[in-house]
Write a protein that binds this ligand. Structure first.
Ligand code: CP
Length: 357
């Protein structure tokens, strides 16, 4: 007897395998059809979650999740997704019980690092069927960081698929959940307006989530409008991926510094804070000045009212009354908890596609 309900098996069969060892580092690896098929699979898994918990189709499979940076949702939702499908979840936290790791090539390791990523990745690849990694950028080295060097090092040496649990350039598991949520909120998201807006934050946060949110909206064919203050431009490659996906999916993409223009007639407003990687706002003091000067970019109910009215999304964690007003966050237009729950189903789809064939 099959361990998968018919609807899940059919949705799984529709997901293409992808090259590059099955790695999921940007989330773009499966291609547009693959991304959409993963979304369908996520919905099928959500519908049949109880049956899958009983049949445990990934029993005997192991996911190792290594978190160089903090996490609530990614860590927990991946754990829950593994549990739902019967896979084991092993959590690894560098800095808390793991050997200090070296990443440089051709190095003589007579400093503090006890283990090179080459061996660490190779060993984890012998223990686990998939390795997940969260590693944020080190500010000030954007040209190097945008290639997601920690993830690439593991991808080169683990011998098993690497799943990006948020890197410098992409947060693809969040992107799957975001795209699922666009579909949940709108039914057919194609040609529906998504406003993705920069929001104030005292810290210089990474750009990974906003990149993945743009790609998610573009992949489901939305008319995506990105708005941010001058000086907070995204990486040209991230914008290029959005343009390409939008063209392929039949939607559109444009950028404006005029937030009212972005919010007008929007059906979804997606807020995210990020730090500049170039220009005067890229330094800590420049960011502090920008944060003080740009507090009116906080998303408020009056902003959502400029839409149809719009629903509100944010990846969380979120600072209330800084990024978004508390009444929006707690009000009926907020979809942030549905969005967070969809982390489970998007990641379960990815796990099944990687391990369940
Ligand atoms: N949205 C998200 O990735 O949340 P965590 O940082 O808590 O994992």
């Amino acid at each position: 007897m099959s361990l998968l309900p018919n609807e899940v098996a059919k949705a799984l069969n529709a997901v293409p395998t992808w090259d590059d060892g099955g790695h999921f580092l940007t989330g773009l690896e499966p291609g547009l059809d693959g991304i959409r098929a993963l979304l369908d699979l996520g919905v099928a898994i959500r519908t049949h979650a109880d049956e899958l918990s009983r049949s445990r189709p990934l029993a005997g499979r192991t996911f190792a999740g290594m978190f160089f940076d903090p996490s609530l949702r990614t860590r927990t939702s991946m754990h829950v997704a593994c549990n739902r499908l019967g896979a084991d979840f092993v959590e690894l936290q560098p800095g808390s019980g793991l050997w200090t790791m070296e990443f440089a090539d051709q190095v003589t390791m007579d400093g503090t690092a006890a283990e090179h990523v080459y061996e660490a990745a190779g060993v984890l690849g012998r223990y686990a069927h998939v390795v997940g990694l969260r590693a944020f950028p080190t500010r000030g080295q954007w040209d190097r960081e945008k290639s997601q060097p920690v993830h690439e090092a593991f991808a080169s040496h683990a011998g098993v698929p690497i799943v990006n649990l948020e890197g410098p350039f992409a947060h693809p598991c969040q992107g799957l959940a975001d795209a699922m949520t666009f579909r949940d909120l709108l039914g057919e998201p194609k040609r529906r307006k998504l406003a993705v807006t920069w929001a104030p934050h005292p810290k210089q946060l990474p750009m990974a989530t906003v990149n993945s949110a743009l790609w998610a909206g573009a992949a489901v064919g939305m008319d995506v409008v990105l708005t941010h203050p001058e000086g907070f431009e995204l990486d040209p490659d991230a914008l290029g991926h959005t343009e390409r996906l939008a063209a392929e999916a039949g939607g559109s993409f444009r950028v404006t510094n005029d937030r009212d223009d972005a919010f007008a007639d929007a059906e979804v407003v997606y807020a995210k804070s990020w730090g500049a990687y170039t220009g005067s706002a890229a330094s800590a003091s420049g960011h502090a000045d920008a944060f003080a000067a740009l507090r009116d970019w906080t998303v408020r109910s009056s902003d959502l009212a400029k839409g149809k009215p719009a629903r509100f999304m944010h990846c969380l964690p979120v600072r209330r009354n800084v990024v978004v007003s508390a009444d929006v966050l707690e009000g009926p237009q907020s979809a942030v908890l549905d969005q967070a729950e969809n982390r489970i189903w998007g990641q379960a789809a990815l796990l099944l596609a990687l391990l369940g064939r």
